[in-house]
Design a protein around this ligand. Structure first.
Ligand SMILES: [Zn+2]
Length: 365
């Protein structure tokens, strides 16, 4: 093994470029994973545009599928050469935040650098790859706290099949789980990008029987049907809130899932809820939200609003891969393109500009 590798690094706003980097040393709790497939996330595009700041020189990417190259001395129960994934969010599961059930909000590893208080909580800090530490758009990635974060891939599942597990499927399913779905429910999913499509699929698996998918792109609405939507609404062609109130006989939806991160979708997700309904928010918002008083019943509507960051950890990944292995869902349809790591700048251009019906791009080192 040579000691240098190729990696896609953030240089400056508008510039993510391929660079040569040293292959990292493996500490006792780490694992070095040779990436066989990774992908580009909408969040990476925010980084590219400079809307989400990261350190110049940081390797981007947080969706690893690969093979264990080298295990740290304290990591047990795995073998080198094993196929694995790790969650996009890879917390230290010994932390206060993890033991409190919110591992994704763990910043305990930041205490040494003084970026976090000794309490260990820091919102979103469980997201380390391509945010706090070098990420996955590279030939190798160092997985921290590997004992808790590495999940073996079941035999028979391909890289492409499991590529959505680290982030997109985990996030989308969390959106459905946070929507408190009961058998027979009506659920509205706002935005049918890759995460919204997974939320639609998750709502179906959890027992919702009227799933209404909303988007402005008919191609995506077509895929929403495949993922389990019963009704699709294109917001260019109808007043979505009116239409949903008609479809529910004026009652409103039992829950709504917001999978974009704008005032408009958040507000509509609140307006379609029945009293007592749950709004499950997944979007990444980039400005202050306003809550409309009428839709909020002046604060007396028994509404619940849940937010989440993608759950990580080997148990979460194991369950997600079980759903795929049991053939309850096929997410291969979301992987529309494939690029070699060498051409990742072109892949970013395609993905950021949403050309050619792109949903997700498999990146192969
Ligand atoms: Zn992501």
């Amino acid at each position: 093994m040579a000691n240098m590798m190729k990696a896609a690094v953030f240089v400056a706003p508008g510039r993510i470029e391929l660079a040569e980097k040293k292959i990292p040393d493996v500490g006792p709790n780490d694992a070095l994973v040779r990436i066989t497939t990774t992908t580009i996330c909408g969040t990476d595009v925010h980084i590219l545009k400079g809307e989400y700041p990261v350190a110049p020189g940081l390797t981007i990417g947080h969706e690893p599928v690969g093979v264990i190259e080298k295990l740290g001395s304290a990591v047990q129960g795995y073998r080198e050469g094993q196929r694995v994934i790790a969650g996009a969010i890879c917390p230290n599961f010994n932390s206060y935040a993890a033991q409190d059930g919110v591992a994704s909000q763990d910043g305990s590893y930041l205490t040494a650098s003084g970026k976090c208080g000794c309490h260990g909580y820091k919102a979103t800090a469980g997201w380390r790859f391509g945010n706090m530490i070098d990420g996955t758009q590279a030939e190798y990635v160092l997985v921290p706290d590997a004992q808790a974060n590495l999940a073996p891939i079941p035999d028979g599942l391909t890289d492409t099949q499991v590529l959505m597990c680290p982030d997109i499927m985990s996030t989308g399913f969390k959106g459905a789980e946070n929507a408190n779905i009961k058998l027979g429910d009506t659920v509205v999913v706002f935005a049918q990008g890759p995460i919204g499509l997974c939320a639609t699929a998750g709502a179906r698996l959890l027992g919702a029987t009227t799933i209404i998918a909303v988007d402005g792109n008919d191609h995506r609405l077509g895929i929403a049907k495949v993922m389990g939507a019963d009704v699709t609404l294109n917001f260019h062609h109808c007043d979505v809130v009116d239409e949903i109130m008609k479809l529910t006989g004026g009652r409103g939806a039992d829950s709504s899932i917001e999978a974009l991160g704008t005032q408009g979708t958040f507000e509509s997700a609140l307006r379609v809820l029945k009293p007592g309904g749950t709004l499950s928010s997944l979007g990444v918002y980039s400005s202050d939200l306003t809550i409309p008083m009428s839709a909020f019943a002046a604060g007396l509507g028994d509404h619940r609003i849940n937010t989440a960051l993608c759950p990580g950890g080997k148990e979460r990944m194991r369950r997600l891969m079980n759903v795929l292995a049991a053939e309850r869902l096929d997410l291969g349809v979301l992987v529309t393109h494939q690029y070699p790591l060498d051409d990742i700048v072109a892949a970013y251009d395609l993905f950021a500009n949403q050309r050619d019906g792109v949903l997700k791009i498999a990146i192969k080192p």
